[in-house]
Design a protein around this ligand. Structure first.
Ligand SMILES: Nc1ncnc2c1ncn2[C@@H]1O[C@H](COP(=O)(O)OP(=O)(O)O)[C@@H](O)[C@H]1O
Ligand SMILES: CC(=O)N[C@@H](CCC(=O)OP(=O)(O)O)C(=O)O
Length: 319
């Protein structure tokens, strides 16, 4: 015999139902669309969090979204380089990559992080396929700058392999090692790769999961989190030179993606539990959204106070 379940502590059945219902227009809008999710090393703080992020991506897949995961692993690469006594150095968010460091980058990104993410997803059913950017010439690169060593500038993305994986209903998980035009491998910043891949697969959205809540106008002022930006405003932020560290390639990639046809780019905190679901399936949203066009900017009501779901629902169902 079982007794009736209590509702969740502090949340009434009505509120739970309301929150579930709120997701409906967002699900309707996202079903069938491709979304590129960049999962950065800064948000891979532990295996529990990583597994939660992968579960959220499985949920998105089940509701009909086509996710493409492009992952980093900068923190793991740093640890491995230190282990082998190889210097760790960055310039404008790009790792200075000697040929011996490139070997470690491949081992960590393709051999470790990629397989761990694939395994985490496949616990929910065999949905994920691991891909190195060098596979099927998916990412082709040339040397970006001799001072950066084996860091690649993306020459082109051949999206056919990724598209065939999605067409067969699998989730591609991409490690950002590129095939070099010189026959070697190149290290590609995962933000940069995500922006190029998003444009190449005609993604509806590109979402960057990191360890901060989004883009701050002034990173030292925690009250300056920006919720919405136009493409021009995003470019302005970069041009002003006030952004530094890992945020530079992220913004450059958002701009690349938006100019390449992606509708919206988001930066959200991957260390906040279920931030992907909160950003994609609730009215309130949680991070920074950059819009490809003025119309996209004008039409967005993010962040919304909870409670506008009803008008949003009617609006979306009428489309
Ligand atoms: N204006 C800014 N707003 C938000 N983050 C910023 C800003 N300027 C610099 N950053 C830095 O960018 C970092 C995110 O980039 P990074 O460390 O490369 O993360 P990931 O591994 O997720 O790519 C943040 O932790 C923060 O220190
Ligand atoms: C050229 C370059 O900087 N490549 C990056 C690739 C991994 C990455 O981008 O990882 P995150 O997303 O965790 O930062 C690196 O070597 O760290």
């Amino acid at each position: 015999m079982k007794y009736a379940r209590d509702s969740r502590p502090g949340i009434s059945h009505e509120k739970t139902a309301q929150l579930l219902f709120e997701a409906l227009p967002w699900i309707k809008n996202l079903t069938g669309k491709t979304i590129v999710i960049k999962y950065g090393g800064a948000a891979m703080v532990d295996s529990k969090l990583r597994d939660d992020v992968m579960s959220d991506i499985v949920l998105l897949k089940i509701i009909g979204v086509n996710p493409v995961i492009v992952h980093g692993g900068g923190a793991d690469i740093n640890a491995a380089l230190k282990h082998y006594d190889i210097p760790v150095e960055f310039k404008d968010g790009q790792r200075v990559t000697s040929p011996e460091a490139m070997e470690i980058v491949r081992e960590v990104l393709v051999g470790k992080v990629n397989q761990e993410l694939v395994a985490a997803i496949n616990q929910h059913g065999n949905l994920a396929v691991g891909v190195s950017g060098a596979d099927a010439g998916t990412i082709i690169a040339e040397q970006l700058d001799p001072d950066l060593g084996r860091v690649g500038n993306i020459v082109r993305v051949n999206s056919g392999y990724l598209e065939s994986i999605m067409a067969n209903d699998y989730i591609p998980v991409v490690a950002t090692v590129a095939a070099g035009e010189d026959g070697g491998f190149f290290n590609i910043n995962a933000d940069v790769a995500a922006g190029h891949i998003a444009a190449a697969v005609h993604a509806h959205k590109a979402i960057f999961l990191t360890d901060v809540d989004g883009l701050y106008e002034d990173f030292s002022d925690k009250d300056s989190l920006i919720s919405n930006l136009t493409l021009a405003e995003t470019q302005d932020m970069l041009d002003k030179g006030e952004i530094d560290r890992g945020m530079i390639p992220k913004l450059q990639s958002c701009i690349h993606a938006l100019r390449g046809g992606v509708f919206r780019a988001h930066i959200i905190n991957g260390t906040t539990p279920h931030s992907l679901l909160l950003e994609l399936l609730t009215d309130a949203g949680v991070g920074t959204v950059m819009h490809s066009t003025e119309a996209a900017y004008e039409n967005d009501t993010h962040p919304h106070p909870l409670g506008v779901f009803a008008s949003r629902l009617v609006e979306n169902l009428d489309e």
